[in-house]
Design a protein around this ligand. Sequence first.
Ligand code: GLY
Length: 421
Amino acid sequence: MRSPTRSPAHSPTHSFTHSSVRTSAYDVVVVGGGIIGLVTAWRAALRGLRTAVADPDPGGGAARVAAGMLAPVTELHYGEETLLGLNLRSAERYPAFVAELAEASGRETGYRACGTLAVALDADDRSQLRELHALQLRSGLASEWLSGRDCRRLEPMLAPGVRGGLRVDGDHQIDPRRLAAALLTACERAGVAFHRARAARLSVVRDRAAGVVLADGAALGADQVVLAGGSLSGRLAGVPPAAVPPVRPVKGQVVRLTVPGRYAPFLSRTVRAVVRGGPLYLVPRENGELVVGATTEELGWDTTVTAGGVYELLRDAHELVPGITELPLTETCAGLRPGSPDNAPLLGPTVLPGLSLASGHHRNGVLLTPVTGDVLAAVLTTGELPPEAAPFTPLRFSPDGSAAPLTHSPVSVPASRERSV
Ligand code: GLY
């Protein structure tokens, strides 16, 4: 184990070596150093809690792969209206969140208020998009139907065959790699300790979570433990079966292209479509990177980048924006979304006292980062799940049915997202 980096002001209450077992005591140990674990640790440390993160490679995880769309409106799905409410809340917090993070870390995150255009390539796509539009309007969201010609006027690189689309000016983007780097620095500056090893086992003392034992044998004692290990969150040994989060890996492959200066601006906003039944998106960054994603594959822990996956992404992206074949291909990668049974996150206390979850964010981990940090900070300091997160309690999956499953609840739409008619 490398020495934890922390400021003296936040030193653990005790730290000693006995035989081969080293023990540290914290208020909070966060298992997992992806963006969800990091935002949880940062927010906890800012509330004055002595906080540690256990992860062999903090700042890694699914955010290394994600495109970083902040798209509650264009990623809306039937039956996910309750999740929409949380997604909108988090999107609304993003500008203040990135400003605070930039101040705390000295790093920018590539947040870009660029808007999104969701387009249809054929008659089937168009009727699907019309249904999405109707759902958006029923939910009170701002979304404008455009003809194919108007879509191309906005984005001249679109294929001539585009049949129409939805203009959503409130769905933006961030660069998840830069977000992770900024959160890592903010955590370090706030005195979070990093233990760069895998958490192997939860310690349970007198029916309460009491810390974790790392793969290198070090024991980290803590009053509270947060499982924030993304798709791996269900694999920590020692968690009682009733508290094991029902998360699974959902593979996504992504390719990255570069737009040479002479082609800029290639796309001015995120462009999405449903092609052959699967979602496709092109996310243009200000630095010239163009991220094309993503496959959705239920293949367990496999993270192979396949010829078929890359072929399908490029084939579909080419149908949408033919000019992409001119662009240098700079990277291919695959990651694992933490899928949950109802596609919504698991936030807050579990049936085991002292053990909380921040996991199961599935397609919305980047979008839900600000609200997750706020919710977990409240949980860790008050023991209570704030009302905005009540539907996302992990107890909705507990075997004794101690909480109801996610039900549709009225969505409160921020003024900036409301449709104007
Ligand atoms: N939110 C985009 C994806 O999961 O592919």
